[in-house]
Design a protein around this ligand. Structure first.
Ligand code: GAR
Length: 214
């Protein structure tokens, strides 16, 4: 079975949705480990309770090194590779990753970003979507490339921005959609239903339909 290593920084609800889907649907894949950069991440405790291997590489522990980011990324890479992942799944992982690190996992690292990319890369996506007067918001599953939030798109979910929405209400609506599309996108990878071809994602005929509708 394919080995998935999931990286989180906090709550980990996308990781939970993925792990639960994996188990419920008896995928030929499993979450081999959940690794956080924050020891307090709630998702770590959840995973440990489910008997999933957990790890933490605390980015603040490298502050005294001459190159803190390089030292953090080397340690993170070691922690990930100890679990021999076929796919690395970023799920609310809130550290920017350097080009060397990304290159090491080229084509086998996914991220979910809470906007309809290429709009609203970076932080505070929901607030910015509301301020811009967007009628649609959503989330994007994409392959990680060195340029932040710019990799080839695998799946997207759109949700309406409703009158009276604030950041939290919109975030909750987007999150519910994420819990559907992220597991589907990973499952589709497990099934070989999409692949990378010349910097773009190609989908097997008919296979992409449920990566957009939910
Ligand atoms: C999700 O909405 C995800 O899209 C977002 O953080 C949330 C994590 O929630 N990711 C980013 O902002 C990445 N820059 P979770 O920890 O409950 O899965």
């Amino acid at each position: 079975p394919a080995r998935l290593v999931v990286l989180i920084s906090g709550r980990g609800s996308n990781m939970q949705a993925l792990a639960e889907c994996c188990e419920r649907e008896a995928w030929p894949a499993h979450v081999a480990a959940v690794i956080s950069n924050r020891p307090q991440a709630a998702g770590l405790a959840w995973a440990a309770q489910r008997g999933i291997a957990t790890g933490c590489v605390d980015h603040t522990a490298f502050a005294a090194q001459s190159d803190p980011r390089a030292a953090f990324e080397a340690a993170l890479r070691e922690a990930i590779d100890a679990h021999a992942p076929d796919l690395v799944v970023l799920a609310g992982f809130m550290r920017i990753l350097g080009a060397d690190f990304v290159q090491h996992y080229a084509g086998r690292m996914l991220n979910i970003h809470p906007s309809l990319l290429p709009a609203f890369t970076g932080l505070h996506t929901h607030r910015r979507a509301i301020e811009a007067g967007c009628r649609l918001a959503g989330s994007t599953v994409h392959i990680v490339t060195p340029e932040l939030d710019h990799g080839p798109i695998v799946a997207q979910a759109a949700v309406p921005v409703l009158p009276g929405d604030d950041e939290d209400r919109l975030a909750a609506r987007v999150l519910r959609a994420e819990h559907v599309i992220y597991p589907r996108a990973v499952r589709a990878w497990v099934d070989g239903a999409w692949w990378l071809d010349g910097g773009r994602v190609r989908h097997a005929p008919g296979a992409a339909d449920d990566l957009w509708h939910f």
